[in-house]
Design a binder for this molecule. Structure first.
Ligand SMILES: [Zn+2]
Length: 218
């Protein structure tokens, strides 16, 4: 069956009813990912699924944190030892885990589905990822967020499904997309605990959209 032809003959899904660029989430920005095929799934269905999964991811991030006591470096210890001031022990850092997943499209049926939200792995400042408590306790620094779902094959859309967007949550202290996020192959959505809106960024057009959460989705 020629899925491309099916899509072309299907309902007018290529017209964007929400005023977004058609290219934004109806088509992957990476032809290697989609096999160059156009998606048949409606923009409304994708946005609905995105909002549902972002809410889900944000809630998980809110409830998933660890407290890490800061390990003093040798030079800091010497500095403290030489100082007449009392030694100040740094507050433990609270780190919130990032969650992420994919929005998928069945190009044959036009049905939208998703994967996740999957927990990210703690990311250390040296670029390593780890969930090992001993590694975490001795790490000299952390990125404030985590997440390496894009390298996990189990997190990806199932066979025959086309990934149309990537969604994820950031910790509460986040201000928005990271540099890495902006390098995403797929349109990427972001939710942050405490925010009443979520963000969608298209790496191809470099456009960012902001959406209010609707009431009817839990
Ligand atoms: Zn991010």
């Amino acid at each position: 069956m020629n899925l491309y032809a099916f899509c072309e003959n299907g309902p007018a899904n290529h017209i964007d009813p929400l005023g977004l660029d058609t290219n934004d989430i109806t088509k992957s920005s990476n032809p290697a990912v989609t096999g160059g095929k156009k998606s048949c799934c409606s923009v409304e269905d994708k946005l609905k699924e995105l909002e549902k999964m972002i809410k889900n991811a944000v809630e998980k991030t809110q409830n998933d944190s660890i407290s890490i006591s800061v390990v003093l470096t040798r030079s800091q210890l010497i500095q403290f030892a030489n100082s007449k001031d009392p030694i100040k022990i740094p507050e433990p850092k609270i780190l919130h885990r990032e969650y992420a997943g994919y929005i998928c499209c069945d190009e044959a049926t036009g049905e939208v589905s998703s994967t996740g939200p999957f927990p990210g792995t703690w990311r250390l400042s040296n670029g390593d990822y780890s969930d090992n408590p001993n590694v975490l306790a001795n790490a000299t620094g952390f990125q404030p967020t985590s997440g390496n779902v894009s390298v996990d094959d189990n997190a990806k859309c199932g066979k025959g499904l086309t990934p149309v967007a990537y969604y994820h949550s950031h910790p509460p202290e986040s201000q928005g997309f990271s540099k890495g996020d902006e390098g995403s192959f797929l349109p990427i959505a972001l939710g942050i605990p405490g925010w009443n809106k979520w963000l969608l960024f298209n790496p191809t057009t470099r456009k960012q959209f902001t959406y209010e959460y609707t009431e009817d989705i839990k």
